[in-house]
Every structure is written in C-alpha cells, then in structure tokens.
Design a binder for this molecule. Structure first.
Ligand code: NAP
Length: 833
C-alpha cells in the first residue's frame, strides 16, 4: 500500500517547524505523534513512522523541533530546562496547529522525556497514551560518558558530516544545543520525576539492555510513579535505538512494531472499529469472569466440519505473525478417502530470525511472570481448546483417521495435561525461581552454606513431534516449558500438522500467551537445528533414526544444547507365572493387550509390541486374544460401529507391511496379517488400513527382530518364557522401552518384576484384580508420572509432575551466608525435583 505523505511546515507561535503526515488507513484511531531524540529530526526517523503507520492503520505526525532538521534554528546554549519547555509549552500547541483530536505520543530518548512532561504536567485531554523508546527521567553517569564520546566523534570524527545530511544549516545548533546541556555539570541533577505522578494515561516503554544512555532504572522509576497502566518491552543486546535496523537482529524491528500494534488487527484485513481508541486496544480491560463458560457451552454444541476449508494452506506462526512458506507445500491427506485436505510448507523461512524472536521477545515476557501467572496462562490455553473441542475431533478424524476414542486420547489428553500443569503450577505461587529445601554445610563455619536453586533457562524450547499425537504430543511439552518460563518453538510432524495448526491458531487468536511465547512451523524442519544455541533445549519425539541424525547435528553438539529424545519402543506386557487362563488377571490382560493393539491403530509410542506369556499358557492366550481381536471392526471412523481406523498415510501403511514381513521371518501370524481385509464404509484401495495382526515367536531366545523391530501399527508378537528369570532377560532384549506391564496376583513377583524391569523401562505398570476396574491403562501417559525410557526409547524423560521442570531449568549451587540463603528461600518456590 503506498501512502501519500503530506509534508510542509507548522507555524507554532511564529516558529516554522518541519513536519510530515502519513494518513490513516483506518478510521476512528488516534494520531501517533512522533517526538524525536536529542539529535533527531523528521528524516532521522527514516522509514520507521511509515512502518508504524502501515502496521497500526493510524495517522502519523512527525515533526522536527525548533533547532532541528529544516525547522527554524534555535539559540545555543539551550536552557537546561529545554525538555520541560518543550513538553509544557510546545507539544499541545503542535496538536492545536495540526488539528489533532486524539494523540498517542511516541517519543524516543529526549522525545520520551518530553512526552512524559506533557502527559504529567499539562495532562492534555487529547493525549490518550504514550509509547516511550529509551526515555529518561533522570541523568546517569553512563549517559554523560556516552554524550562525552559523542562530542569527541563530532569534533574529531565524521559525526558532524553524518548529522549534516539531516539537519543542514541547523547541524551545529542541533548538536551543541543538546550536547552542551547534557554535559553541563548542573545537568547531573536534571530530573523530571515530579511529573510522573500526573501521568494517568497508559504507557508502553521499550528499552534495550545495552542502552548506553540509560539503565533499566529509568523504566523502573516510571512504572513505580505513574498512575496509568504500564507495559514494558526489554530488548536483549539492544542499544539506545530500539528501532534501528540491525542486520543480525532483523526480527527486532518487527518485534517493536508488533508490540506497538498489540491487539490491533491488520487494517487491510479487519479495520479497527470506529469507536475503539488505540489506548483501549493497547490496554484492553480485563475479560469478564464466566464468559468462557458460556462460550464453551455454545461451541461444544456446534458441529464443525473442516471440509469447508479443504485445500487450505497451513501458515507458520513466526516472529509474532502468520507467514506462508514458499513453494507448493506438502499435501496432508485423509487416510480413509485419500483426499487431499491441506498443504503445509516452511520453505524459505528465516528460522534463525524466528528463533531469535522467540528467545528475546517470548523469553523475557514469560520470565517476568510468576509460576502462578504462567499456570493461569496454561489454564487459559486449556479453556480455549475446550471451547473449540468439537472442531478438533473433526480434524483428528479427517487428517488422522481417528475414532472418537482415539481423538479423545490425543485432544483431551493434551487439554488434561495443560490443566494438570496449571494446577500444580499454581501451587508454586508468586515466585520466579525454584529452590531445594535443604542447605548443605560446607565447612566448620555454620554461617557459610550452600543451597541449590533452579532458574529458567534463557533460550527457546524447540519441540519436534511425531505424527501420531499432534495434540497431546504438543501440549505435554508446551505445558511444562511455558510453566518453566521458556518460550516454545513447535514443530509438529507434517503429515498431521492440521490439528496442531488449528489449536495454535485458536490460542494465538484468543491472545492468551505473550508475543513470542509460542511459535509454530508447519512443514519440514530444514536446517532448524543449525540455529539453536547454548541455553536452548530441544525435545524430540519420533523415530530413532531421525533422533540419531538430529542429535548428531554439529551445531547441537558444539553448543552443548540440551537434547531429550522419546523414540521407538518395544513395550511389553508380561503375564505373570501365577496367572492361569480364565482368572481375573488373565481376562484383564487380554482386554488390555487388545486395547493397546487397536487404539489409534497401534500408532502409540506406548503400545504393547511384545506379549510375554508362560509357555504353558501361550495357546490359551493366543486363542483368547484372537477371539477378542475378531470383534474389532475396522473401517471408516465416521461410522460409529467402527472400532479401529486406518494408519495415518501410505508411507506408514507400507512401513507396517514391511515390519510385519520382517517379524514373519522369526514368527508366524496367528491372527490378521491379510491385505484384503473387510472394511466398514471404506475402500481398501483408497484407505491406509492395516488389520490387527498377532504373531507368535516360538524361539525368542535365538530371535532378534521380534525384540528390535517396532511395527508402528496394530501389530504385536506373542513370546513364550520358561521362568521368571528368562522373562526378565527377554524383557531387557527390547533394548530400552517406555513401559512394561506386569499382570500378576503374586506380590513377591510384582516387586521382583518392578526391580528387574526398571533398568530397561521408564514405567512399570503392575495390575491385579484389585485395580482391574480403576487403573489408568498401560498406554496412557499420566502427567504425574515420568514418561520416557532408556536405550532404544531415546534415553529421555518428560512430565512426572514438577520433575518435568528440570529440563527447562538450570540448577545452580549458591554458596553464601546462611541468612542470605534463607532470604532467597523466602522468595522461592521450595521444591524437591
Ligand atoms: P519421524 O519421521 O522420526 O519424525 C519425527 C519428527 O521429526 C517430525 O516432526 C519430522 O518432521 C521431524 N524431522 C525430520 N527431519 C527433521 C529435521 N531435519 N529437522 C527438524 N525436524 C525434523 O517420526 P514419525 O514418523 O513422525 O513418528 C513415528 C515414530 O515416533 C515411531 O517410531 C514412534 O515410536 C515414535 N514415537 C515415540 C514417542 C515417545 O514418546 N517415545 C511418541 C510418539 C511417537 P516431518 O514430519 O516434517 O518430516
């Protein structure tokens, strides 16, 4: 959109002031009035005002003060109260002459101070908000030192030459008017804090951590004393000019802009309603209690079909905005009908810039929140998802071939995990770091001791997920990272990214997470891991092959990036030696194995792959499982009689057939295995179906594949054992798995099995008749328990209640006077991780 820029001179009390005006793109918005810094002018803002105008839709007025740019000159030396006079006498007259009815003052450095003096001293009713870039309210030694350096650069370097391009004949009065004032010994006492109590309009202040002209004490002083609402944006590795375009920080400009336009819809797509002022949009009133509940209710009643959005393009959410990848993108299919649903693509995106944005925008915003506040944010995310639940079930059906039960495991599993972390996060209270309860004595001097604290890591959490749980797989990681205060960069598997995309879109639209806290890339990961750096953490779920490749990324290795893996797993179910056919434990065992084989068509990382059974009972068990499996109706999950749907796509179907072939070399098929299967409401040619398939390996000690090949589908192998010892040895042959189930009525065997299987399994699930009706299921990952497994399963560990926070925190020993440690403890959430 080209903007017709009006330019000329304002006549303010007979003084000619150069100005530019960029017209509004939307009606009903205030004018943004730009107040430049101590060496600035209209032209020195460069294209920033136009970018702000384009982003906000607001009219923009930029002018050069007297003595700057092409405005009338000023006499030097200037009085030390030059900013006072400007704020008290001139700004409102500029608004009169420019006929501005509502203004947001956007001031940089001196301009920020002038804006504060005006808002607090004049309280002009036309000024409705302030946006302050590196403002100062008192002088600091560091500022004077930098101003001295500027003097040297002006006198001996090329600064005069460079400034002359903007100030022309005014160059000397612009420079010395500013420089002499700030270097005057009396200016050390310069202070405008007296005006702050009069500032009742909302303000947003933006400052770099490396600002050479002022420390963050300036923002502290402002926020402490003004009456209106305040927001702050602190930019890491940023100097005095947060708006300068730094090639290494390309995201920063968009970050500043996106903060300025917080909650303003893009004008060209959805204009801001006439009645809304920028201040009300910048600082909206809190949402009313209870609104969500009725909204939830309404949405639950609505059946939504994503069919209307067929062939949609999934965008990526990076640097606080939705952006499409280049090229055609990868198609996502309905695995029942073979229809293309959408395309996802991430080609051509600047992933480096996007990771920087997450680190530097999302990180500080999240770390500024307490655990309790982050917990409330998780709850708000869960509420958004609950309100849209029906839509997600439909997507899970269409893109993953999920039955209602399968969808529930993924969708409600994700929501439940968020709610769980919201609840335990609340108990961490108002603190921003964790601390272990006990101190360690270090020497004879009891005054000097050590404590261990846990602080959130400073980087970004990169989450790479598998196709089988586009909801739970995403939220179980996001919940823990966000509660820890770490921004998330989410990469779902492309094949089923539609659900992750829709959920993230709803959460972003609901505006319940800070800018930069949640990024999403739909489509290939490309060179993503080439840009992670020390302080980041990568959590990967997927195949062992991909894990091996990504974990070995030279950049990951060189930077010692934390890396956790949840990968392939040959989970087992062990029928205890005491359990006889027909017993309660035997029936529970049969039920659980069949459920595990068929839920999500066996595409569950925790699904049972090996079934260990006493040799004398293998025939009975084989018959019982076959009989129960024969009741599994397979087909189109749109038909309510269907109990098992397809696998997710052709590639997974082919991988399942290949895996069955491999197992067949050591085992015989006792049930299923046929390619020509009878389906309900589905075409075997079009759909990606694999029948429930049970195999039997009678020579497990000499066999290899049955212990090593994970068929990611509805497939499991019966394995006989002679005695307990052999059962445990065969269990360990899986090379490390997520979960082992033990069904036994024998207490001694149960305890023996837990200890024997522990070293090779992340979870041991022990069932007898007493818990038969109440247990949570072999394959269901409960957020209270750790999830992960050694060896083949990746060696990772997630969840486990507060234990999950470890991965996103750094533990440090603090050695100090015990009184200091006690004082720190009073501020901390005391935990045992
Ligand atoms: P996969 O092929 O290994 O892919 C896993 C993820 O890695 C996908 O998001 C994939 O993206 C991504 N990826 C591939 N190359 C990448 C790169 N260069 N940079 C960044 N990301 C990259 O696994 P899958 O087929 O989706 O999942 C099935 C496997 O996951 C099974 O083996 C199963 O056991 C395992 N799994 C384990 C658990 C667990 O908790 N232990 C849970 C679920 C699944 P694209 O999709 O774009 O290629």
């Amino acid at each position: 959109m080209t903007q017709e820029i009006e330019s000329g001179y304002l006549n303010v009390d007979g003084v000619k002031l150069e100005y530019q005006k960029i017209p509004a793109a939307s009606g009903g918005l205030p004018t943004l009035v730009f107040l430049h810094e101590g060496l600035g002018s209209v032209s020195m803002w460069r294209e920033f005002p136009a970018a702000v105008a384009a982003t906000t839709g607001c009219e923009v007025l930029v002018y050069s003060r007297k003595g700057y740019g092409e405005s009338d000159p000023v006499e030097v030396p200037r009085p030390l109260t030059y900013m006072h006079s400007e704020g008290l006498d001139v700004v409102s007259k500029v608004l009169d002459v420019a006929q501005i009815e509502e203004a947001v003052l956007v001031g940089h450095s001196d301009g920020g101070s002038i804006a504060l003096v005006n808002a607090g001293g004049v309280q002009d009713p036309r000024v409705s908000a302030l946006i302050l870039l590196a403002p100062h309210v008192f002088n600091e030694e560091m500022c004077v030192a930098s101003i001295r350096e500027a003097k040297v650069a002006y006198e001996a370097g090329d600064l005069r030459e460079r400034l002359k391009r903007h100030h022309g004949r005014n160059v000397d009065c612009a420079f010395w008017g500013w420089n002499n004032a700030w270097l005057d010994p009396d200016f050390m006492q310069w202070n405008i804090e007296e005006f702050l109590a009069g500032v009742s309009v909302p303000l947003l202040s933006i400052q770099g951590t490396d600002d050479e002209y002022g420390s963050l004490l300036q923002l502290d002083a402002i926020e402490r004393q003004v009456k209106g609402a305040t927001q702050r944006l602190v930019l890491a590795e940023c100097g005095h000019s947060p708006i300068a375009i730094n090639p290494k920080r390309r995201w920063r400009r968009s970050h500043v802009l996106s903060n300025i336009r917080i909650r303003i819809p893009a004008p060209e797509t959805s204009p801001v309603p006439e009645s809304k002022s920028l201040s009300s949009i910048l600082f909206p009133p809190p949402k009313e209690e209870g609104v969500n509940d009725s909204e939830t209710h309404r949405c639950l009643k609505r059946r939504v079909s994503i069919k209307t959005e067929n062939n949609m393009r999934l965008e990526n959410y990076l640097e606080g905005r939705w952006v499409a990848g280049e090229g055609e993108g990868t198609p996502l299919f309905d695995p029942v009908t073979g229809d293309e649903l959408a395309r996802a693509g991430s080609d051509g995106l600047d992933l480096d810039a996007a990771l920087w944005f997450a680190r530097e925008a999302g990180g500080p915003a999240l770390r500024a929140m307490s655990y309790q506040e982050r917990a409330a944010m998780l709850r708000a995310i869960a509420d958004v998802l609950v309100a849209n639940r029906d839509k997600y079930y439909q997507i899970a059906l269409e893109n993953s071939g999920n039955t209602q039960g399968d969808g529930g495991l993924d969708i409600d599993g994700g929501i439940g995990t968020l709610k769980y972390y919201a609840a335990i996060g609340k108990s961490l209270g108002d603190s921003r770091y964790l601390m272990e309860s006990d101190f360690e004595r270090l020497s004879r001097d009891e005054q000097f001791q050590a404590a261990h604290i846990w602080t959130p890591i400073s980087g970004v959490a990169v989450h790479i997920n598998a196709f089988n749980f586009p909801s739970w797989g995403m939220w179980e990681k996001v919940a823990v990272a966000l509660l820890s205060g770490v921004p998330v960069f989410e990469k779902p598997a492309t094949a089923t990214a539609l659900l992750s995309y829709q959920m993230v879109k709803d959460v972003i639209e609901a505006d319940v997470v800070p800018t930069g806290a949640l990024s999403l890339i739909c489509g290939g990961g490309h060179d993503l891991l080439d840009y992670v750096r020390s302080g980041d953490a990568v959590a990967f779920t997927g195949s062992a092959d991909t894990a091996e490749k990504l974990r070995a990324n030279p950049n990951v290795v060189r930077s010692n990036v934390r890396f956790t893996v949840e990968a392939d797993s040959l989970n087992l179910a062990l029928l205890g030696p005491d359990v006889v056919p027909g017993s309660e434990e035997f029936k529970l065992f049969v039920k659980e194995v069949v459920r595990e084989m068929t839920t999500k068509a066996g595409q569950k990382c925790t699904a049972i792959r090996r079934i260990l059974v006493p040799t004398e009972h293998i025939d009975d068990l084989s018959a019982a499982l076959s009989e129960r499996l024969s009741g599994t109706t397979v087909g189109n999950p749109r038909n309510e009689t269907v109990r098992m749907g397809p696998v997710v796509n052709r590639a997974q179907q082919q991988a399942a057939w290949d895996g069955i072939e491999q197992l067949r070399q050591e085992a015989t098929v006792v049930f299923g295995g046929e390619r020509e299967l009878a389906l309900i409401d589905a075409d075997v040619e079009k759909g990606c179906f694999v029948p429930p398939t049970l195999l039997r390996c009678d020579n497990p000690v000499q066999s290899q594949r049955v212990h090593e090949v994970e068929v990611f589908g509805p497939v499991a192998t019966l394995i006989p054992y002679e005695n307990s010892e052999q059962a445990f040895e065969l269990g360990a042959r899986g090379g490390g798995s997520l979960v082992a189930s033990v069904f036994t009525g024998d207490d001694a065997f149960a305890a023996q099995a837990a200890v024997a299987l522990g070293p090779t399994h992340g979870r041991v699930f022990i069932i007898d008749a007493t818990v038969g009706g109440t247990h949570t299921g072999h394959g269901v990952v409960m957020p209270q328990c750790v999830h992960g497994g050694p060896g083949r399963a990746g060696g990772g560990e997630e969840l486990g209640g507060l234990r999950g926070l470890r991965f996103y925190h750094q533990r440090s020993a603090v050695q100090a006077n015990v009184n200091r440690l006690e004082a720190m403890k009073a501020q901390a959430a005391v935990v045992a991780l």
